[in-house]
Ligand binder design. Structure first.
Ligand SMILES: [Fe+2]
Ligand SMILES: [Fe+2]
Length: 473
């Protein structure tokens, strides 16, 4: 059966302040662009018809004005003056003027000189579609008392036109503009409006870009400040929580130590020895770093925590243990590990607890596999436990007990070197050899100045009670 392919969706994230600004600006540009395009689509037709209306209005005003001028006494009869007026009358765009007589023949036109056949041309039969109303009427039949507007084909081109009759002469003054001219005027106007709207859109976009940058920067900075404060607070709380945890762990180990024969500053010295060995081994083991060493220093204090579960008759026995007692004593490794595993089950996975479990369970394992409780061989034994094993042995050898004397550093060194590859990891022994002088310094600093035996609290109390009883007897 073919394995099912799982689709992994990659989420796009805004990872920086500049990408957030770019995204905001792009969004705004799209919105403004769509707004501009939509506005133009909606208003284009209206704008064009406004242009056409304006042209018709201007033409109407022009013919009214010209009709008034041509009706003045004397002017209407002066053909030359009338022609001059037609030629020089200023009208916007491509609007042209023409004067027809009452029968519809061309009397005056700006192109009269260039087109000789134009004068007298009879265009009276041209049908005109009036607007509003769409009534069709011949040009010659128009009798406009006011301005009439409409559409017609004049001089070979389809045009919009305005017509007014001059009082007195009855001439018809026509202002007309071709459809092409009207369309060009419409286009020019719409393009102008589009341009201005575009400029306004760009200005708005510029303002929004500026505003976005200012706002994004402001909120981003505020957010960063807030995050920084939160991080500091979280860091402080974490540090405090770790400190409390470490203190509790060490306290727990110390509590267990009250029942042990390993007394006095045994735990502190073990910490010191483990730190020395770890530093020496750091080059050869990538996992050993500052945090690892700190963990080991604390975890090493829990190596014998399981002795809490060993009966006093065995734990405090001054003489040699029987085989059965020894077996019971050896269970302290498992008891300690089980206790720590129970804690881990409650608090969840934790590096310190993991290492403490390894140390508690395996600190009596031997490199050659003759240790307990599992008989692990070589690198099957966790590195932390291999280090603690040597540190614990060195401290046991160099400390005085009720059942034995302390031996000196040199002798302890000899024993440890002799155990290279049998009891201890050769690499750990080599590390010890490199820093053995510092071991001796730590030992001297952590051991009592007197030659007295380091008794546990329990042992001291038992002895004091026995002494009191002796005195009483
Ligand atoms: Fe132990
Ligand atoms: Fe110990």
């Amino acid at each position: 059966m073919e394995p099912r392919k799982t689709k992994t969706r990659r989420r796009w994230r805004l990872r920086s302040r500049s990408s957030l600004i770019v995204a905001t600006v792009l969004l705004q540009a799209v919105v403004i662009g769509l707004g501009w395009w939509g506005t133009m689509q909606l208003t284009r037709v209206g704008l064009a018809s406004r242009v056409r209306e304006r042209i018709v209005d201007e033409n109407s005003r022009a013919v009214t004005h010209l009709a008034g001028v041509l009706s003045r006494d004397g002017v209407a009869t002066d053909a030359g003056e009338a022609q001059r007026l037609v030629e020089h009358f200023q009208l916007p765009g491509h609007t042209a003027l023409a004067v027809l007589d009452s029968r519809g023949r061309v009397k005056h036109h700006p192109h009269l000189k260039r087109q000789p056949g134009l004068e007298g041309a009879d265009i009276g039969g041209t049908p005109v579609t009036l607007s509003p109303g769409n009534e069709v009427i011949m040009l010659r039949d128009l009798r406009p008392g006011t301005v009439l507007t409409g559409e017609a084909v004049l001089f070979g081109r389809r045009c919009v036109l305005s017509v007014r009759r001059a009082e007195g002469s009855g001439d018809k003054i026509i202002a007309y503009q071709s459809f092409e001219g009207v369309a060009q005027a419409e286009d020019r106007f719409v393009r102008g409006v589009m341009l201005w709207l575009g400029v306004a859109g760009i200005a708005v976009l510029g303002l929004t870009i500026f505003g976005s940058i200012v706002l994004v920067r402001y909120y981003d900075t505020a957010l960063m400040r807030f995050n920084h404060t939160l991080n500091l607070e979280a860091e402080q709380r974490t540090k405090r929580a770790v400190a409390i945890r470490n203190a509790l762990v060490f306290g727990l180990a110390k509590l267990a130590d009250y029942r042990d024969t390993d007394t006095g500053k045994h735990l502190e010295r073990i910490c010191g020895y483990c730190e020395l060995l770890s530093r020496e081994l750091a080059g050869a083991h990538a996992e050993i770093d500052r945090a690892w060493i700190d963990r080991l220093k604390l975890a090493s204090s829990m190596h014998d925590i399981g002795k809490v579960g060993i009966p006093d008759s065995i734990l405090l026995k001054p003489g040699a243990l029987t085989a059965c007692e020894r077996r019971l004593m050896e269970t302290h490794a498992t008891i300690g590990a089980d206790t720590l595993i129970a804690i881990r089950d409650r608090v969840g996975d934790d590096d310190l607890l993991n290492m403490s479990i390894q140390v508690a369970l395996s600190h009596h394992e031997k490199w050659n596999g003759t240790g307990y409780p599992s008989g692990l061989v070589g690198e099957q034994i966790p590195l932390c436990a291999r280090i603690v094993a040597l540190a614990d042995m060195y401290d046991a050898l160099t400390s005085k007990r009720v059942y034995k004397d302390a031996i000196g550093h040199a002798k302890a060194r000899e024993i440890i070197l002799a155990s290279r590859g049998t009891h201890f990891d050769p690499a750990v022994v080599d590390a010890f050899e490199r820093c053995e002088e510092r071991f001796d310094i730590v030992r001297q600093a952590g051991q009592p100045e007197t030659d007295a035996v380091e008794l546990s609290f329990l042992q001291r109390t038992v002895e004091e009670i026995a002494s009191e009883r002796r005195h009483a007897a």
